[in-house]
Design a protein around this ligand. Structure first.
Ligand SMILES: CC(C)(COP(=O)(O)OP(=O)(O)OC[C@H]1O[C@@H](n2cnc3c(N)ncnc32)[C@H](O)[C@@H]1OP(=O)(O)O)[C@@H](O)C(=O)NCCC(=O)NCCS
Length: 187
């Protein structure tokens, strides 16, 4: 249990956080661009900050959705991660994170990705613990909440369908799929 009683509902704005970090040379890969893992680590950090603020407890990362780095980030750019709780279940929270990178010399801002982290609140014994409900303060808050419901449904459908397809899938009967792929059988 948290050390003090939690409210029934908390507004989205209560846990909205922005993390800004300068991309220094030690974050770069051999091509001079920023390692994807650096951005993932920052996303995990900001997701934790938003989720634990809303929950009022320690939280853990359970799953990550929609990590596609569409544009490279360069050394010297200022990366900002804007996070808010989009959806809450009983003990889980979905945190939406928008990542933008700014070239400080030109002022150009690019949107590198938007990702969704599912976090679960834990009590002091490490068990999942209920979180406050979400007070939706704007039409955007409502849109994100409804989209999160749909994303959960689509993910659940995808996993169910894929598991059904895998059950009874005979690799030998699918060898024709390799004909147009860039692989060779070495056995
Ligand atoms: C995630 C975890 C808490 C689930 O524990 P559990 O005993 O199965 O608990 P429950 O079944 O009650 O699930 C708790 C919540 O997690 C959600 N959940 C569980 N697995 C999930 C998954 N794969 N994806 C999304 N949500 C998931 C459940 O829907 C539930 O949400 P709700 O209470 O809002 O309905 C547990 O597996 C865990 O602690 N995992 C390790 C997480 C961690 O340490 N992360 C850091 C990475 S090193």
């Amino acid at each position: 249990m948290p050390p003090y009683p939690l409210p029934d509902f908390r507004p989205v704005s209560y846990s909205r956080v922005t993390l800004t970090e300068l991309m220094i040379p030690s974050y770069a890969n051999f091509g001079g661009k920023i390692h994807g893992g650096i951005l993932l680590s920052l996303m995990d950090k900001v997701a934790y900050a938003a989720a634990s603020k809303h929950a009022g407890t320690y939280c853990v990362t359970v799953s990550v959705d929609g990590v596609n780095f569409l544009q490279p980030v360069a050394v010297g750019e200022l990366v900002s991660l804007l996070a808010s709780v989009n959806y809450v279940g009983r003990t889980s929270l979905l945190v939406g994170i928008k990542v933008i990178a700014e070239d400080v010399r030109t002022g150009t801002v690019k949107h590198t990705n938007t990702s969704y982290f599912t976090m679960v609140a834990k009590d002091d014994d490490g068990n999942p613990t209920p979180v406050p409900g979400l007070l939706l303060e704007t039409p955007d808050d409502t849109r994100r909440f409804v989209e999160a419901i749909k994303r959960r449904e689509f993910n659940a459908d995808y996993h169910r369908q894929f598991n059904d397809a895998r059950t009874g899938m005979q690799a030998d009967s699918l060898l024709h799929l390799l004909e147009t792929e860039r692989c060779q059988l070495g056995y």
